[in-house]
Design a protein around this ligand. Sequence first.
Ligand code: ATP
Length: 218
Amino acid sequence: MADFKIPKATAKRLPLYYRYLNFLHNAGKEKVSSTVLSEAVKVDSATIRRDFSYFGALGKRGYGYDVDSLLAFFAKTLNQDHLTNVALIGVGNLGHALLNYNFRQTNSVRISAAFDVNPDITGTIQSGVPIYPMDELETQLKDQQIDIVILTVPTQAAQDITDRLTKAGVHGILNFTPLRISVPDTVRVQNVDLVNELQTLIYFIDHYSNRPKEEAKQ
Ligand code: ATP
């Protein structure tokens, strides 16, 4: 069922839909129209209808979509029905915050191992997650069958670690470093550059805001 290809842009919206449908389900709602969904997730209803059309006969126009069957479909497609263990490398400020956060709002993903070079923290448990030294990286990933890694190391360490991860058979890297790491086709990278995101936001507010300049400066 989850084996067919859907466009990347659609795939990116699935978690949004999934979260809202869960909310509806918990509120006891059985049906939802694309218009209501559109207002809630801020995606236009034509896009929602097109996205949902990739999932086949799930939607009936005029009747709305059946919340439970959509939810079951998304849970399968998003692998929400099984737990994915991920590792985190670099338990500094950001890494520590992520360990603490640990994606508690979902039952389907959690950080189960962390790695660092700092001997003060290796061998300890932080926020319930064991911190291993880097020389245990390959064996732990293999033993714990982890193939997704969150990278929160200093920029200068990012590429060497990426090369090790690639050799170890990792398939996905969530890269929080500003470096655009190089990987072969077998590895998928998602970049999260928080500084860049914030600066882009500030740039847009400064240059394209509708507010009068004087007010914007205050
Ligand atoms: P952050 O950038 O998250 O705010 P920070 O400023 O506390 O963190 P950084 O110097 O960026 O510290 O390092 C982040 C973490 O990565 C630290 O815990 C550090 O010990 C660890 N680290 C540094 N080099 C490596 C490496 N080669 N392999 C694994 N971990 C590393």
